[in-house]
Design a protein around this ligand. Structure first.
Ligand code: MN
Length: 228
């Protein structure tokens, strides 16, 4: 095998509660998956099939580490989300089989440069630089489904400096986890190590340097980071 001509990138990993690490291959994110959030973003939630965007695997921030405020924005938003960790790959996965492909779940933040996203939307351009920037995906420990099962309902909440900003229930997702896996696996071959951020409820708002962001999902766990 030819030698690498630049250092090989490390595989990003998310700690697993109870021990071990989940190596991250890709990060997929579902857009507008809660009706009230779709409405607050000026979209009609009733007429859209699920759509996806991605973040680089090394966008994760783990272990409650600080998150650097990103460059090129004056409107960094929090989006609190349930994250699905894929343990077994597949294509065209049937809804009824989908949960068998899930290793576990975590709480995560889909940090968004909202001003860049608004400009991209207006110009009909891609969202990559609004969504896929460095350190744009803080995530808590992954909890194995073998321990907690497959949560389909429960409080999803985010607070900033102790004040609740987002509060909903994961049962309010427009596309459920099995539906999302079925749909996404018709677009790409899912692989072990893939993460799916399943969308955010209403209440997204701006963060500033110094803010302590704490999210939790009942029955799953939490995510915690300070913006610095
Ligand atoms: Mn999101």
């Amino acid at each position: 095998m030819p030698a690498h001509v630049v250092p090989a990138p490390a595989i990003p990993e998310v700690p697993v509660e109870g021990g071990g690490a989940f190596p991250v291959r890709r990060i997929f994110c579902v857009g507008r998956n809660y009706a009230e959030h779709a409405r607050e973003m000026g979209a009609d939630p009733t007429r859209e099939a699920p759509f996806f965007f991605t973040k680089p695997a090394d966008a994760i921030v783990t272990g409650e580490a600080d998150t650097p405020y990103p460059s090129a924005t004056e409107d960094l938003h929090h989006e609190m989300e349930l994250v699905v960790a894929i343990g077994r790959g597949g294509t065209d996965i049937a809804e009824g089989d989908a949960l068998g492909h899930v290793y576990g779940y975590a709480a995560g933040l889909d940090l968004t440069r909202r001003d860049l996203q608004a400009a991209a939307k207006k110009a009909g351009r891609p969202w990559d630089m609004a969504k896929g920037f460095d350190a744009s995906a803080p995530i808590g420990a992954i909890v194995p489904a073998a321990k907690i099962g497959h949560p389909a309902a429960g409080l999803i909440e985010l607070s900033v400096n102790g004040t609740v900003r987002q509060s909903s229930d994961i049962a309010n997702m427009i596309w459920s986890v099995p539906e999302t896996i079925a749909y996404l696996s018709g677009l790409v071959a899912l692989q072990p190590g893939d993460l799916i951020f399943t969308g955010t409820p209403e209440g997204v708002a701006a963060l500033k340097r110094g803010d302590l962001v704490e999210g939790r999902i009942a029955g799953v766990g939490g995510v915690r980071t300070r913006i610095v």
